[in-house]
Design a protein around this ligand. Structure first.
Ligand code: BGC
Length: 763
């Protein structure tokens, strides 16, 4: 398709003031237009799990109303589906609604890492693991963009808390950045090419993300090849001139002309090259080229079909944490069923803030259960507790709940976090369920030993204090507008649970990796746990958890067998940005139960002997497979060079160390059914030597080793290689930089000798 706009003609035609005006928005939701040159504007809209189109330019945190749209399961739920195709379908449906509303860019997905369960926005994020976040984030982008609607991958980067989010500096080392906090973004950018990326509010190592040239230009564009537009989070720009210079293309929302004036003045003064401003305009024009056909379409969508899809998706997201004695599924044919908990009739299905959707309709589990059980079932309901309602009589509600539970065959108790507990803008202070809810559970369990707990929450809640009261626990997350129906389907066995945790459920908040460094103080938060986030931490310190990453039960059982892990020879062109395939993994999965179900095959990799401290094991590949009873399937997955590598700060790049790797396949990070050890061959990584390289590093260097030994042999004091003969002594002096040893050896090895040796190594 030929472009609509002639960029060079436009750039020649636009005045400096017009150019400067284009790098900030118009109102809350529109890019700026310049009618004089025929440049239109487009509308953008939140958010990741459904559209939040605000008719009026009122606000961006969900206070003002929005056009009705399908509220799909939130990201915490979607993440638990581990289902790439399903997530892509959600993307397509959101894009249909966006086209119907004339929206050019959907402001999502959010793929920040769940660093702490306390983060108020965890419900908007997919996982504590960058592979899951990246793979599913890419699927959402691909789905939305397949219909010609843009996405905004957010919040780039290291935005893992709400406390002080507009100022806090996330202080994090390079390796952790690359392996954990940037890895998901890299995957989505390289694989799915989002049309826009939204930079985050926070600072990273002291620099605002919106003004970080390294982040926005060197890494995002130069390394990863991003060719889209960088938009600021709403209000994230501190200095608009520094932002444009760093690679930000669009500041949102409008600043009423103030930013434009500053940018124009900076160009006039010669402080900001006009070329740099032109680049930003070029990217805005590219976005318009991409988005306008969709914006101008007069598409509509089928709200009923989308509601059905939302129900289907929510079924795949819920995680069956526990099911002692096969308490679930419920007997839908006969008996007395007590349904307790306000959430059963007033579901909490999404979070608060900018992602809040005005749903087209809402299903509650109570109605769906009533509709789903047969005539032989007597269903009684008691609210049990109030939700964010200080006027209720807790004691009376508890007494009624106990009475309802006492005569029932089974109790289904709907518990969860009130909306006030978790939201954009602030973090949680603890991970407990409200005390009144725990009291109802304990009391109900006192009169009935068949209690099923259904949870509604956007990030994990502690279960250790009450787990023993529940025979079964179904984690329903914030399952979207059709979540109530989906929960009923799962409870009644119409559907089989297949979600798996993408966030560890810890025993105690104190056990969590960031506990001592969250949310920081004095405008800084130290990412002191490094790469050991989530399960990487619990495994490294050998700590018990309530439910591990990757865990989730089914109404059927699966067997894993015949693991084959084969090393592939390197060579040829890298297959993709991930490098060449290096280990192929095959495993057979069999449904050994009596109902159809889905297993998530998870492949973890460990590198027990590494130059840096690597996690015990890390998820490197996964696949969700659907199997009928008795059916088997061979699952083939490939691990690439990147999967085997770590980020070396010293080398400033990814490093693959040859040696032993451990491949483990299982049903969760702690339910590893099969393991294999493989030997990967290849050249040992070398790091450039410099004046401060240590004696040990010289001896370890393939070229430097001999050069150093020669020099020691020929020292004016005689052959000094004998200094290296004693292992203890070598261990002690091995850590000395050569420049320091040279000074200490004085005449024996002049200071210049180190430079001479370095020249030989390079020569
Ligand atoms: C949020 C973004 C959102 C934007 C627009 C900000 O407060 O952090 O996620 O897209 O508002 O509503």
């Amino acid at each position: 398709m030929s472009p609509r706009f002639d960029l060079s003609a436009l750039l020649a035609d636009l005045t400096l003031e017009e150019k400067a005006s284009l790098v900030s928005g118009q109102g809350f939701w529109w890019t700026r237009k310049v009618e004089r040159v025929g440049l239109p504007s487009i509308m953008v809209s939140d958010g990741p799990h459904g559209l939040r189109k605000q008719e009026q330019s009122t606000d961006h945190v969900g206070i003002g109303g929005s056009v009705p749209a399908t509220c799909f399961p939130t990201a915490c739920a979607l993440g638990s589906s581990w289902d790439v195709d399903l997530v892509r379908r959600v993307g397509v449906a959101i894009a249909e609604e966006a086209r119907g509303q004339g929206i050019g860019v959907v402001l999502g997905p959010g793929i920040n890492i769940k660093r702490s369960p306390l983060c108020g926005r965890n419900f908007e994020y997919l996982a504590e693991d960058p592979l899951v976040a990246g793979v599913l984030g890419a699927a959402l982008v691909e789905g939305i963009q397949s219909l010609g609607v843009g996405t905004s991958l957010k919040h780039y980067a290291v935005n893992n808390q709400e406390a002080d989010r507009l100022r806090v500096s996330a202080d994090v080392d390079d390796r952790t950045l690359r392996e954990i906090y940037l890895a998901g973004f890299e995957r989505v950018v390289r694989q799915a090419a989002p049309w826009t990326v939204m930079c985050s509010y926070n600072r990273i190592n002291g620099v605002y993300a919106s003004q970080d040239r390294w982040l926005l230009t060197e890494v995002l564009r130069d390394e990863w090849g991003f060719d889209g537009l960088v938009v600021s989070d709403w209000g994230a720009v501190d200095d608009p001139v520094a932002a444009v210079a760093a690679g930000l293309d669009l500041e949102m929302p409008s600043t009423g002309g103030a930013s434009a004036r500053k940018v124009a003045a900076a160009v006039s003064r010669g402080d900001l090259p006009e070329d740099v401003l032109d680049l930003a305009i070029g990217r805005l024009v590219t976005l318009l080229e991409r988005a306008l056909p969709g914006v101008e379409s007069d598409d509509s969508y089928d709200a009923d079909a989308h509601h059905e899809l939302a129900r289907l998706v929510a079924r795949e997201c819920a995680v069956l944490l526990k099911n002692d004695g096969g308490l679930l599924p419920l007997d839908a044919g006969a008996g007395r069923l007590a349904v307790i908990g306000e959430f059963a009739r007033s579901p909490r299905f999404q979070g608060a803030g900018s992602s809040k959707v005005n749903p087209t309709r809402v299903d509650d589990a109570l109605t769906a259960l009533r509709a789903g059980v047969g005539a032989g079932v007597t269903l009684d309901f008691a609210p049990g507790f109030g939700v964010d309602d200080p006027d209720v009589d807790d004691a009376a509600l508890l007494a009624e709940a106990v009475e309802t539970a006492a005569g029932a065959d089974t109790v289904v108790l709907f518990l969860g976090l009130p909306a006030s507990y978790e939201s954009e803008g602030y973090d949680r202070e603890h991970i407990d369920l409200p005390a009144e809810q725990q009291a109802v559970l304990a009391a109900v369990a006192g009169v009935n030993d068949r209690v099923v707990v259904v949870l509604a929450n956007g990030s994990v809640v502690g279960v250790a204090d009450w787990d023993h009261h529940a025979g079964a626990i179904l984690e329903g997350w914030l399952g979207g507008q059709a979540g109530g129906g989906a929960i009923a389907d799962l409870l009644l066995g119409v559907a089989n649970p297949s979600g798996r945790l993408t966030e560890t459920v810890p025993l105690r908040l104190e056990d969590t990796p960031a506990y001592l460094n969250f949310p920081g103080e004095d405008r800084h938060v130290l990412y002191g746990e490094g790469v050991h986030v989530g399960y990487r931490h619990y495994d490294a310190v050998g700590r018990d958890v309530s439910y591990p990453f990757g865990h989730g039960l089914s109404y059927t059982t699966f067997e894993h067998s015949d693991l084959a892990a084969t090393v592939l020879e390197p060579g040829g062109e890298p297959a993709s940005w991930l490098g060449a395939p290096r280990i192929s993994v095959s495993v057979t999965v069999t449904n050994t139960g009596t109902v159809a179900g889905q297993e998530v095959v998870q492949v973890y990799l460990g590198d027990p002997e590494a130059a840096v401290r690597r996690p015990v094991r890390e998820l490197k590949a996964f696949a969700k497979v659907a199997l009928d009873p008795g059916e088997s399937q061979r699952v083939d997955l490939v691990l690439t060079e990147r999967d085997l590598s770590y980020w070396s700060t010293r080398a400033g790049g990814w490093v693959l160390e040859p040696g032993t790797f451990e491949v483990a396949v299982g049903a969760s990070s702690r339910d590893l059914r099969l393991t294999a050890t493989v030997e990967v061959e290849g050249p040992r990584p070398t790091f450039p030597l410099d004046r401060n390289s240590t004696l040990a590093e010289w001896l370890d260097h393939p070229v430097g080793h001999e050069i150093l030994l020669d020099s020691l042999r020929q020292s004016p004091l005689g052959d000094l290689t004998s200094l290296l003969d004693n292992p203890e002594q070598l261990r002690m002096i091995g850590s000395f930089p050569m420049s320091r040893l040279a000074t200490m050896l004085g005449d024996a090895m002049g200071d210049d000798e180190v430079d001479a040796l370095l020249a030989k190594v390079q020569g």
